[in-house]
Design a protein around this ligand. Structure first.
Ligand SMILES: [Zn+2]
Length: 304
């Protein structure tokens, strides 16, 4: 290990030496050119020739030094292929092989998070445009709320928002089951129960189960993981999970949660609503488990 370090540091010092020499030779050429301007325009031919041959020699030296530097650079350890990342880049110098990938993984994670931030900014901008156009003229002053991070909201605030949702939607019953993590049990009429895990106001997970299925684990904590044993509620869980990503407005998480709940209550007559397209109640022994995002209309999975 020490040997590798020693080899690396020798390679680095040789490369630094080579680039210093290269810089010196380039500086000489420019100095020479600068001084050359001082010679009179109609000076004698020998002076001109001497100037040109000196310049040529200087350029030759630059070429030689450059080639030398290139050779030295090729001998450097391969970590220079990846972009340096402050002190973190020292990780890539660790010669222990099983830690070598750590730096690359860190780089990938940074790239990923940068991309995600860009996407978030773009979506926020687009969503705020949509909101502005749809709310134009209504409650313009009401929307001047301080912006809050959707994931960092005190449980008291979440409680009051949940209470307002519970009171606002007659066919939804919302119960808080746990505060850390924040778990809600939402009963949609007498159709099903949805266990919703929130981080602040951000929905993290939803599981839909029949009203008579167990809602707690053996230790009494809410069961946020076990899927329903009924295919119909498994299908609805899948659909709800993809929809919760749709209702994500980083700038107005409360609105997002309310809209999600409004969408969820469109399941209140799950077994007595015919499919909007085929007009049937059942298809493959399943009711329409899909709900349209705009009009909240019911469709079979294959009819949408
Ligand atoms: Zn259908």
């Amino acid at each position: 290990m020490v040997e590798v370090h020693e080899k690396n540091s020798i390679a680095f010092s040789l490369a630094i030496e080579a680039i210093q020499k290269l810089r010196g030779s380039v500086t000489n050429v420019f100095d020479h050119l600068k001084d050359g301007k001082k010679t009179p325009a109609h000076g004698n031919d020998t002076k001109k020739r001497a100037f040109l041959s000196d310049l040529q020699a200087g350029l030759m030296l630059v070429t030689i030094e450059y080639e030398h530097f290139e050779k030295q650079a090729a001998l450097l350890p391969k970590w220079t292929e990846v972009p340096p990342l402050g002190n973190t880049s020292l990780l890539s110098l660790d010669p222990i092989t099983d830690r070598m990938s750590f730096y690359r993984e860190a780089l990938d994670a940074y790239k990923w998070s940068d991309k995600m931030r860009d996407h978030c900014n773009l979506s926020t901008m687009l969503l705020s445009q949509i909101k502005r156009s749809s709310n134009f003229g209504h409650h313009a002053s009401k929307r001047k709320k301080p912006s809050i991070g959707s994931h960092a909201i005190a449980p008291d605030n979440v409680d009051s928002i949940i209470l307002s949702i519970d009171q606002y939607f007659a066919d939804l019953t919302v119960h808080r089951k746990q505060t850390s993590p924040y778990v809600l049990q939402v009963t949609v009429s007498r159709t099903f129960k949805a266990i919703i895990v929130l981080r602040g106001l951000l929905i993290e997970r939803v599981v839909v189960r029949a009203t008579h299925e167990k809602e707690t684990r053996e230790d009494g904590s809410p069961d946020c993981w076990t899927p329903s044993k009924y295919l119909v509620f498994q299908k609805i869980t899948d659909h709800v999970t993809s929809t919760m990503l749709h209702y994500h407005y980083p700038n107005s998480p409360e609105m997002a949660l309310k809209q999600f709940m409004n969408w969820l209550r469109s399941y209140n007559k799950l077994f007595s609503t015919p499919c909007k397209r085929c007009g049937k109640y059942l298809q493959d022994n399943l009711p329409p488990t899909h709900r349209d995002l705009r009009k909240l209309e019911a469709y079979h999975e294959t009819c949408r």
